[in-house]
Write a protein that binds this ligand. Sequence first.
Ligand SMILES: [Zn+2]
Length: 63
Amino acid sequence: MPISQKLLEILVCPRCRGPVELNSGEDGLVCGACSLVYEIRDGIPIMLTDQARPLDKSGRLQV
Ligand SMILES: [Zn+2]
C-alpha cells in the first residue's frame, strides 16, 4: 500500500526531528541524518527509534 505524499510531509524522524523520505523499495522511511530506516507496515510507518533499522548503502530496508 503506498503511503500518501501528505502523510510523508508531516512525518519527521522521532530522533532528530528531521525530514524523512521514502526509500526505493517504498517499504521504509529513511532518515539520512540518523542513518535509520523506519519500516512501513501495512501502509503505516512505524516511527519509533527502537523499531528502526540501520540504513544500508542502497537505502533499502534490511530484512
Ligand atoms: Zn533522524
